[in-house]
Design a protein around this ligand. Structure first.
Ligand code: FCB
Length: 464
């Protein structure tokens, strides 16, 4: 049996030498719309992604989330699969419209019962539940009344957060309010490449403000309701680098850094929006009411970072990723683990950050199931090198709480449909059969080694 690439690239001794504290959280991540399917089952309402998938040309392979990985009907099998990996955490999201089909008012018992079963099933298997409230599936009913562009949605989100707390009590290890507000704001409302498909910068900026505000108000409300889960948000961040040292490229890179990173980190940790970005936006800057900024900066127990690659920015022709000589994933993203260390050090240096989790990290590669096996050594290598990048940041003093692979399963990759496979478990969509890829086997072995290392007591001091 040939070994996955990683075993050849990084000697086992180096992999196991990486030091992670005893409480370090190791997980896998998914999101509701990408895996659940059961689009019209048990009273679920339509989401903006259900509607978006029906717009001609919106999804590369014309697919939708109607069946996806059929996780809704295969919960127990999937929970066993997660447990078989040896992870101690699972990050998943709740489909708002499954539990509250209109996004306000009546609750749907079948939906609530599903997530209760999921959470209880994780706990029974010794796995910590990390719940995300908003991984992009806004109820279409709320979108019809303005969606995230209207301030009313902020209060609906807070009510939804409280409803989930009421049902799940203190069983959860952590609650994330929003996954990647930049994506919702920028791709959903400025370029229109993602649901709800709006292309209006002023709307996008107002949306980002309402997302941040609803995050802060939800944290306050959850704490007031006695919630003991760790509370935080998940941002997609990257080091933004100029393509050349020219003044124009450097200026452009700083602006992009402002839009991607500082636009979210500054309000969350300093209660202000970055002035250079406000100046740049001019009349498209969001309307902010008295008290909003203080609410946004509510104390967080953790910060989640989703990291895939760096952003190289040019003021002229777009940067050609093939020019760097770095490996490129199927998404056309450079494999650049050094960027994760760089990013973590920068966050730690510039902001009073709480413990950080890498809440998503992974890559799409050209996978083929041959004889029951997927030889995805590139993915194992990707994961191992990013775990090493986390270890490097910790060595330099950054407080890290955990690392989660994106993703447990191959799934619906948004506008790319099912063509891009991110899972460490292969899904045959025709049969819904799951097969561990080599990367899943590598991750399982790596986690076992981590446990074994901890079980070994330090040798007694000689002569003592
Ligand atoms: C992130 C999303 C996640 C997945 C990965 C590839 O932006 O949070 O749902 O699509 O990218």
């Amino acid at each position: 049996m040939s070994l996955p690439v990683i075993d050849r690239l990084v000697p086992l001794s180096d992999q196991t030498r990486m030091r992670f504290p005893p409480g370090f959280v190791w997980g896998v991540a998914t999101s509701a719309f990408q895996i659940e399917g059961a689009a019209e089952t048990d009273g679920k309402g339509p989401s903006i992604w259900d509607s978006f998938c029906r717009q001609p040309g919106a999804i590369a392979d014309h697919s939708d989330g109607d069946i996806a990985c059929d996780h809704y009907h295969r919960l127990d099998e999937d929970l066993d699969l997660i447990a078989s990996l040896g992870v101690n955490a699972y990050r998943f999201s709740v489909s708002w419209l499954r539990v509250q089909p209109q996004g306000e008012g009546a609750w749907n018992e079948a939906g609530l019962a599903f997530y209760e079963r999921l959470v209880d099933g994780l706990i029974a298997r010794g796995i910590k539940p990390y719940l995300t409230l908003n991984h992009w599936g806004l109820p279409q009913a709320l979108q019809d009344r303005g969606g995230w562009a209207t301030r009313k949605t902020v209060q609906h989100f807070v009510d939804y957060a409280l409803g989930m707390h009421r049902r799940l009590g203190n069983k959860l290890a952590a609650i994330t309010t929003h996954n990647e507000p930049w994506v919702i704001s920028h791709l959903g409302h400025e370029t229109g490449h993602f649901a709800p498909g709006i292309a209006d910068r002023a709307v996008a900026m107002q949306v980002s403000h309402h997302l941040l505000l609803s995050h802060g108000l939800a944290l306050q409300a959850l704490r007031a309701a006695g919630c003991r889960a760790q509370l935080g948000i998940v941002l997609n961040l990257a080091p933004v680098q100029p393509a050349t040292e020219s003044a124009a490229d450097r200026e452009q890179a700083w602006l992009e850094d402002g839009r991607l990173l500082r636009w979210y980190m500054d309000p969350l940790f300093r209660a202000v929006y970055p002035q250079d970005v406000l100046d740049h936006l001019g009349a498209d800057a969001p309307r902010v009411e008295a008290g909003d900024m203080a609410a946004i900066a509510a104390h967080m127990d953790f910060l989640g970072i989703n990291y895939c690659s760096r952003n190289v920015v040019s003021a002229g022709e777009p940067f050609d990723v093939h020019s760097s000589g770095l490996p490129i994933t199927e998404m056309g993203w450079e494999v650049y683990p050094e960027g994760l260390t760089e990013l973590l050090l920068r966050l730690d240096r510039d902001y009073p950050v709480p413990p950080i989790y890498v809440t998503e990290n992974g890559g799409a590669f050209r996978d083929a199931l041959v004889g029951g096996r997927v030889q995805d050594g590139e993915r194992s290598d990707f994961i191992a090198r990013h775990i090493a990048a986390v270890a490097a940041a910790m060595d330099q003093g950054v407080t890290m709480a955990g690392y989660m692979v994106w993703s447990l399963l191959d799934n619906f990759e948004w506008a790319s449909g099912y063509a891009k496979r991110f899972g460490i478990v292969y899904v045959d969509y025709a049969t819904q059969q799951r097969s561990l890829k080599d990367s899943a086997r590598w991750y399982r072995r790596f986690l076992q080694q981590q446990r074994d290392r901890r079980a070994v007591r330090p040798p007694l001091v000689e002569g003592a």
